[in-house]
Ligand binder design. Structure first.
Ligand SMILES: *Cc1c(COP(=O)(O)O)cnc(C)c1O
Length: 231
């Protein structure tokens, strides 16, 4: 272990301790690990993080080799059909970014082959941004209904990113709307759908997200530091 790595480890440990002390009971913190090394991911887990969020299957595989079952693994990245591979599905405990029937159907098919029932969240494009992934707010309910028929997928809630802002308060309307959609789908009591998780909020926005009812927050920078900051 070199000196640089050791210092980074101390930073992660301190950040995780401070963050977890601040988060109310019943809220899960997902450490968003994109572009972090497997060693950094392990530091976060050793500091008390229970769930790792991965945007890329390849990075997940590398980190999983080191960390394994010491953490749960959530996929939080943009999903294309060819990304849905059995090897990746074996690793993940939840896929937070399901945004089309095509993707859901592919996950269902591959999970049937490995005899797994995959908990998923439906990702909502709450900012209605053309370049962002996620189903449009008005289509979320229909997707939940369509996916409720699959045997190897279980819908367990919603995820959203929202547009990016400097002022945390600006995120609020997007989180409020996502929460409303969450409650509405919950009220439908669809078979095989258990609306339990609302994943919203990142480093800049998690406090507002918690006020708006998030019970999963996905935190990268606040845990691992700025991308180019190694010290
Ligand atoms: C990167 C990322 C996060 C965390 O972002 P930070 O601002 O670094 O906390 C959360 N969710 C998703 C989907 C991400 O890609």
């Amino acid at each position: 272990m070199d000196y640089n790595h050791h210092v980074t480890g101390e930073l992660i440990k301190r950040n995780v301790a401070q963050l977890l002390a601040e988060i109310p009971d019943g809220v899960d913190v997902v450490a968003a690990a994109k572009a972090r090394t497997p060693a950094e991911v392990l530091e976060a887990v050793q500091a008390g993080i229970g769930i790792i969020g991965e945007n890329y299957a390849k990075e997940a595989k590398e980190a999983y080799k080191l960390v394994g079952k010491r953490a749960k693994w959530h996929f939080i990245g943009t999903l294309r059909k060819h990304d849905v591979r059995k090897a990746a599905l074996e690793i993940f405990d939840m896929i937070e970014s399901v945004d089309s029937l095509e993707i859901a159907s592919e996950i269902d098919k591959k999970c049937a082959q490995i005899e797994k029932i995959m908990p998923v969240l439906i990702e909502v494009n709450s900012g209605r941004e053309p370049q962002k992934s996620g189903v449009l707010p008005d289509h979320a309910e229909q997707l939940a209904k369509d996916v409720s028929g699959f045997k190897n997928i279980k819908v367990m809630g919603l995820m959203t990113m929202g547009p990016s802002f400097d002022n945390p308060q600006d995120f609020r309307p997007y989180f409020t709307e996502t929460r409303r959609i969450f409650e509405r789908i919950k009220g439908l009591k669809l078979p095989n759908v258990e609306m339990k998780y609302l994943s919203m909020g990142m480093t800049k926005s998690y406090q507002v997200a918690l006020q708006e009812g998030a019970n999963i927050i996905r935190i990268g920078t606040r845990i691992f530091g700025e991308k180019d900051q190694k010290w």
